[in-house]
Design a protein around this ligand. Structure first.
Ligand code: DWN
Ligand code: SAH
Ligand code: ZN
Length: 405
């Protein structure tokens, strides 16, 4: 048995996805001899209830100069982060010399609005390519991993922050002890640390198992975040459900005693406890649903192939590495995957080596069926590709179960 990364308690494994590659490693065709693999498995801490990976991938293998995920590729996400920034500008950033820090600022999707408003800010972003793009938008960035030492450095040069924000990044960081020590050094006495990440409650409800991959180390609940915050001298003071990326929760954390927790916190924890969310029977049931989706998807794609139908995939997501490698989907079942990201195009998908082609391929070489790997952007993509269905094309989705629309 492995120990919980947060509290040292017993970690009980509940699903093994087997040998998996780095989810964002798109190699050039034929250049994947030294491809990195690890065992992707997920477990529950029976003490603090934190759900987490059993094995950790070294951070420099995932987040580096060529990290290919550019947050601004989705119009819905651009809007989401613009509204997030505006809300901070109107609430937490109204003092005399406001300062906002973002952990994992990527291509500046959120901080751009804060920068345009003339407010002092700093993004902390270890991946060089995305950090450079954000600079070209006028965003101030430190190209480093956020950790205690980075936070101490920022506090010394820039002073303490009113808001430390982070989206889809805190769940990527195994070393959260160092993060909380950093937040302690960098946050003003009445400041807030706000982060949003995929919600375990939604992953279990929808069986969205492809949220589990190398970069996603933790799967939070209000209960596990409350317990973690207290361990490091903080308090969970608000929770808010978000519709983006298939269902997330935004957690607001303050120093212990600084702010009154909203009733939403106790309500959400009560709801989690009532459904037995972070318990082994629930999570083992989730595992059975994953296996069923895997079997159903392989059966459907095998049948379509036998019928002579063509299938391509849409969106070379990090999530899809889990689906493709769990189901063994290679180019004989899925002829290509189209994606708007230049850094992924003309490369092959991690592990199963499906060719990645530009979005235009979808119009020039239209398949009979499109497997929607970017299912979290279904509304945006289906609206954009309306003519696909009008022309008789069909979408295949695998969350919450395998279905064709
Ligand atoms: O947590 C993470 C999230 C925020 O982003 C990271 N660990 C990595 C990444 O995960 P992902 O790759 O699963 O995220 P998305 O947002 O589901 O990726 C969408 C992909 O689809 C991108 O490669 C862009 C592409 N895309 C497209 O080709 N056409 C997206 C849209 C909206 C489109 O219209
Ligand atoms: N906030 C963006 C990006 C999410 S992708 C969004 O919501 O779309 C995760 C990002 O976290 C990547 O850009 C990665 O480089 C960054 N990251 C990973 N570890 C980090 C750390 N320790 N400190 C700061 N950023 C980190
Ligand atoms: Zn624990």
């Amino acid at each position: 048995m492995t120990a919980c990364r947060i509290c040292g308690g017993d970690l009980v494994e509940f699903y093994d996805f087997g040998r998996q590659p780095l989810s964002d490693a798109f190699h050039k065709p034929g250049q994947f001899q030294d491809e990195f693999f690890f065992r992707l498995a997920v477990g529950l801490c029976t003490d603090c209830t934190m759900v987490q990976l059993m094995e950790e991938v070294p951070r420099d293998k995932m987040f580096h100069e060529d990290y290919p995920y550019y947050s601004s590729g989705s119009a819905v996400m651009r809007k989401h982060f613009e509204l997030t920034a505006r809300r901070f500008i109107e609430t937490e950033l109204t003092g005399p010399a406001p300062f906002a820090v973002e952990i994992g600022s990527n291509d500046g999707i959120m901080l751009k609005t804060i920068a345009d408003a003339g407010i002092k800010h700093l993004g902390v972003e270890p991946s060089g390519g995305v950090a450079e793009l954000s600079r070209s938008k006028g965003v101030r960035v430190l190209n480093e991993f956020f950790q205690e030492s980075t936070a101490v450095e920022i506090a010394a040069t820039d002073g303490q922050a009113d808001v430390i924000f982070s989206a889809n990044t805190i769940c990527h960081i195994p070393y959260l002890d160092s993060i909380f020590k950093g937040v302690d050094a960098l946050l003003k006495p009445n400041g807030v640390f706000v982060f949003e990440d995929p919600y375990l409650g939604e992953i279990v409800r929808r069986t969205s198992f492809d949220q589990i991959y190398d970069e996603h180390y933790y799967f939070f609940t209000a209960r596990s975040v409350q317990s973690m915050a207290r361990r490091y001298g903080f308090e969970l003071v608000d929770v808010e459900r978000l519709p983006v990326h298939g269902g997330e929760t935004r957690y607001t954390i303050a120093r212990q005693g600084a702010r009154q927790p909203s009733p939403a916190v106790a309500e959400m924890i009560a709801e989690e406890n009532a459904r037995g969310l972070a318990t082994l029977p629930t999570l083992e049931g989730f595992g059975e649903n994953v296996t069923k989706i895997k079997d159903d998807l392989v059966a459907l794609l095998t049948k379509l192939k036998a019928e002579g139908k063509t299938v391509a995939a849409y969106g070379a997501t990090a999530k899809s590495a889990t689906v493709a490698n769990l189901c063994g989907l290679s180019a004989d079942l899925v002829s290509y995957v189209c994606d708007t990201t230049p850094q992924k195009q003309n490369r092959v998908s991690p592990g199963t080596h499906i060719p990645v082609r530009p979005a235009e391929a979808f119009h020039e070489d239209t398949p009979d069926y499109a497997l929607l790997f970017a299912w979290n952007h279904a509304e945006e993509i289906m609206a954009k590709e309306k003519q696909f269905r009008d022309g008789g094309g069909k979408w295949i989705l695998y969350v919450p179960e395998v279905h064709v629309v």
